[in-house]
Design a protein around this ligand. Structure first.
Ligand SMILES: [Zn+2]
Length: 307
């Protein structure tokens, strides 16, 4: 089952051809989740051959334009394409107002329902219960109210052992119960423990998205053990003061968070346009957290299943 992230935009405030503004797409078993929607996100979706119609949930971390300007064009395109399913948008109430105004001003009725979900910026919140995945938001420390997001696969059921099915002649109708952890009782009353007839499912995979934020140790318990952590790294340590002043992080700070949270892999991005190459940002992060990769537009990271 797929659990893969595609970086649609890896840049920061000023989009350039090589680095569009922030947007990520998470594919969980062909259920697509769009996280932030910088200017030109719909172009990137087409460039990386992602079907627009598969996106039903969009998460906007905050109302700075480089995370948001693509939303208006994308909604307009959905309308032109004759979209029918509802589109769920998780965002700040200010954004709800902006989108409603824009849709009302430029479009006829979109032909599909826009469902807005207001984020909380004071505490972590459970925001979406999907078939394969659960999503939480949590507050970050930026210049304006900002949320990060956690996507976690649901725990799968136990898997049946084929040899046990034959050995104990287990009836098909009993299988759902056994997969849920029940023991199996033979006709003579002998109880076969569940561990002898099943084996454990793969571990649920987790993606944590830390949008624009200062260095903030408060998020560490929330993102602990993530398979993949995205943490912004707008600046290098040469710009420590600027990072603090603008509510952003350095690559070193992103790596410190990844290390403290014991994540498996760190993805850094949202690089300032002042850097012509980001090699030294990557080195700065890898010196602290070796399993770091730098975001590039089109970069795809698949998280494997592990038992
Ligand atoms: Zn911002």
């Amino acid at each position: 089952m797929t659990f893969a992230l595609t970086v649609l935009g890896s840049g920061s405030a000023l989009p350039v051809p090589a680095r569009f503004s922030t947007a990520h797409l998470l594919n969980v078993d062909e259920h697509f989740f769009l996280i932030d929607c910088g200017e030109g996100t719909q172009i990137q979706l087409r460039r990386f051959t992602i079907k627009l119609g598969k996106i039903n949930h969009i998460f906007i971390s905050h109302y700075h334009g480089d995370h948001l300007f693509g939303l208006f064009g994308l909604i307009s395109t959905f309308t032109l394409l004759g979209r029918k399913p509802p589109l769920h948008i998780y965002c700040h109430p200010e954004i709800t107002g902006m989108v409603k105004h824009q849709v009302g001003y430029f479009s006829e009725h979109p032909g599909f329902e826009l469902v807005f979900h207001t984020l909380r910026f004071d505490e972590p919140s459970f925001i979406l219960d999907e078939k394969k995945v659960s999503v939480w938001s949590f507050p970050l420390k930026h210049k304006v109210e900002t949320c990060g997001f956690i996507f976690k696969e649901k725990q799968r059921l136990q898997n049946m052992r084929k040899d046990a099915l034959e050995k104990y002649n287990i009836p098909v109708k009993q299988i759902p119960l056994l997969k849920s952890g029940a023991d199996f009782t033979l006709e003579d009353g002998t109880v076969i423990p569940n561990r002898e007839i099943t084996y454990p499912p793969p571990k649920p995979r987790m993606y944590a998205y830390c949008s624009d934020t200062k260095y903030d140790e408060a998020i560490i318990p929330l993102i602990r053990g993530a398979d993949l952590l995205y943490h912004e790294a707008t600046f290098g340590s040469d710009m420590d003061e600027q990072a603090e002043k603008t509510g952003h992080s350095t690559a070193r700070q992103a790596a410190l968070i990844a290390k403290a949270a014991g994540v498996k892999q760190l993805l850094i991005g949202h690089f300032s346009i002042r850097y012509k190459t980001i090699d030294f940002l990557l080195k700065e992060a890898r010196d602290i957290f070796p399993d770091t990769v730098a975001a590039e537009d089109g970069l795809k990271i698949s998280v494997p299943l592990v038992r």
